[in-house]
Design a protein around this ligand. Structure first.
Ligand code: ZN
Length: 293
């Protein structure tokens, strides 16, 4: 959603809904200020509920250091008040004026601030609202494809690497999937919505899939997946019908419709192709659905 569309949808709200939105945003700002003296529960960089230690002050704000990733942050890191120098009462006034479509120049005159200052703060507020709306309200519907892929964990940018560095992007030194292999589950529908989420290490479990994707599926959709069992429960709970495309089924259909003479099971080339298939996301399922429909 673009900012202009966001503003249009705010303009179409009823006065009651607009008031509710204002209260919600102001409450979020107040809550952020109340958390000033509390220790953050989660690290904003690695997202873990890890051990934190106090690490001095910066601009009058207590700094904390995450013992896992060694990043240093304050209570409002990665929020819209992070680099804000203006008073909170002024910021609240800017938020209210943004939601009520008051001109930038009028807000600047009322608060005795410069026009660029009001413009930048307004832009920040609209951007954060956009991100919030996008992440919470995205719903996949109709024909949905779901699949997972495994990628080697990267600790690039971490100040404390917990393992020996892999030279030139080399493979993992462990066998199996449960060490250093991050599982990324990807979903897409025909309306261009895509959700990519890292759900943990190794193969995805039923619970991790439910936790991450249950609220994003519209009921009565058709869910296409490979034969993995972890998607059965998701389809049942989200009230969707599940179509499992087994790998042999996909290969047979591809052979029949597209690759009838190019690929045979016996030769090395087809084995390479199957290995390539395992790493690709969506593409074979997408093609097959196009062929069959
Ligand atoms: Zn961390």
């Amino acid at each position: 959603m673009k900012q202009s569309e966001l503003l249009k949808s705010i303009a179409s709200l009823t006065p009651y809904q607009k008031r509710k939105l204002e209260i919600y945003v102001i409450d979020a700002l107040n809550l952020n200020e109340e958390d000033r003296d509390l220790k953050p529960k989660r690290c904003p960089y690695c997202g873990k509920e890890s051990r934190m230690i106090k690490k001095g002050f910066k601009n009058g704000k207590q700094r904390y250091m995450c013992k896992d990733c060694s990043h240093i942050f304050t209570y409002n890191s990665h929020t819209i008040t992070m680099y804000s120098k203006i008073e909170r009462s002024m910021l609240k006034k800017i938020v209210l004026d943004t939601l009520s479509f008051v001109f930038v120049k009028k807000t600047a005159a009322d608060l005795d601030l410069s026009v660029p200052c009001i413009f930048e703060n307004r832009h920040k507020i609209l951007c954060s609202l956009k991100v919030l709306l996008y992440s919470e309200n995205m719903k996949l519907s109709g024909t949905i494809e779901i699949d997972e892929t495994l990628e080697l964990e990267s600790q690039k940018g971490c100040r404390k690497i917990q393992r020996k560095a892999r030279k030139r992007g080399g493979p993992s030194s462990y066998r199996g999937l449960f060490h250093e292999q991050v599982c990324i589950v990807t979903t897409t529908d025909r309306n261009g919505h895509e959700i990519f989420k890292a759900v943990g290490y190794g193969k995805p479990t039923k619970n991790s899939i439910l936790e991450n994707f249950l609220k994003n599926l519209d009921p009565k959709s058709i869910l296409y997946s490979d034969g993995a069992f972890c998607y059965d429960e998701l389809a049942k709970k989200a009230n969707c019908s599940l179509v499992q495309l087994k790998i042999t089924f996909v290969i047979q259909h591809r052979r029949t419709y597209q690759y009838s003479e190019q690929y045979t099971f016996a030769n090395k080339r087809s084995i390479g192709w199957i290995q390539g298939y395992r790493n690709k996301i969506h593409e074979p399922i997408h093609e097959l659905v196009c062929i069959c429909s």
